[in-house]
Design a protein around this ligand. Structure first.
Ligand code: C5P
Length: 224
């Protein structure tokens, strides 16, 4: 019952559509909590790699993983990625690599993983409110949310944004490879059986290709 009173804004969409920046700007503006569910999945993938746990052996290691999986998000500074803290350690740059992204996309397609992570996601719903960023925030995890948004942008624009992000982290980027990786990951997210990427029926769809982040926030605020 307590859950229901906490307002939630969901921001779903494909990689590079601007969800992270917009979520961060809104969270700072409204002073609400952040759930970066992509980063949560990435952190789980990272934890599994670190502890050499593969999908086949996830069930038998579930309690161990649960104990270690203490994740916090800090909105950080606008323009920089939302900070991801695992057990007190800032692992932001460790989870925001294309290698972890690929692994994450594979793990996130599995119902055992999605089932495990669902209650962890709901725990972020705390007063005064939550901005939840992901692929299925409005369709599955926070179906009851009052305000749902789905951000999109052209593949080229999204790849360009990802390139800037990766370069800032000091990673070398091959644009052709990046385009291919984004396209593959989107396809996997859209076509998977469990919680596929799609807009919630009651969501507002915003194409961010030709909008500044401030323009997107303005568009969202008009709909609150
Ligand atoms: O948003 P980000 O690129 O960090 O997400 C990494 C991957 O995590 C996505 O490609 C997707 O496969 C998965 N994911 C998901 N459901 C979410 C958020 C992310 O399946 N709600």
């Amino acid at each position: 019952m307590k859950d229901k009173k906490v307002p939630v804004i969901t921001i779903d969409g494909p990689s590079g559509a601007g969800k992270g920046t917009i979520t961060q700007m809104l969270a700072i503006d409204l002073q609400w909590n952040i759930l970066d569910s992509g980063a949560l999945y990435r952190t789980l993938a990272y934890l599994m790699v670190q502890n050499e746990i593969d999908l086949l052996h996830f069930e038998e290691n579930k309690e161990f993983v649960k104990e270690k999986f203490i994740v916090k998000f800090d909105p950080g500074i606008i323009g920089e990625p939302v900070r991801v803290v695992l057990n007190g350690e800032d692992i932001t740059n460790k989870v925001r690599t294309e290698e972890i992204a690929k692994k994450t996309s594979f793990l996130a397609a599995d119902p055992i993983i999605r089932h495990f992570i669902k209650p962890c996601q709901r725990e972020f719903m705390k007063p005064p409110g939550l901005i939840a960023d992901g692929r299925d925030m409005g369709t599955v995890i926070f179906k009851e949310a009052m305000h749902k948004f789905f951000l999109t942008a052209s593949l080229e624009e999204r790849a360009k944004r990802r390139q800037v992000q990766l370069k800032r982290q000091g990673s070398e980027v091959n644009m052709r490879l990046l385009l291919q990786e984004l396209e593959d990951r989107d396809k996997k997210d859209i076509e998977r059986q469990h919680s596929p990427l799609r807009p919630a029926t009651n969501s507002v769809i915003i194409d961010t290709s030709n909008l500044t982040p401030e323009g997107v926030v303005e568009e969202i605020k008009k709909n609150l």
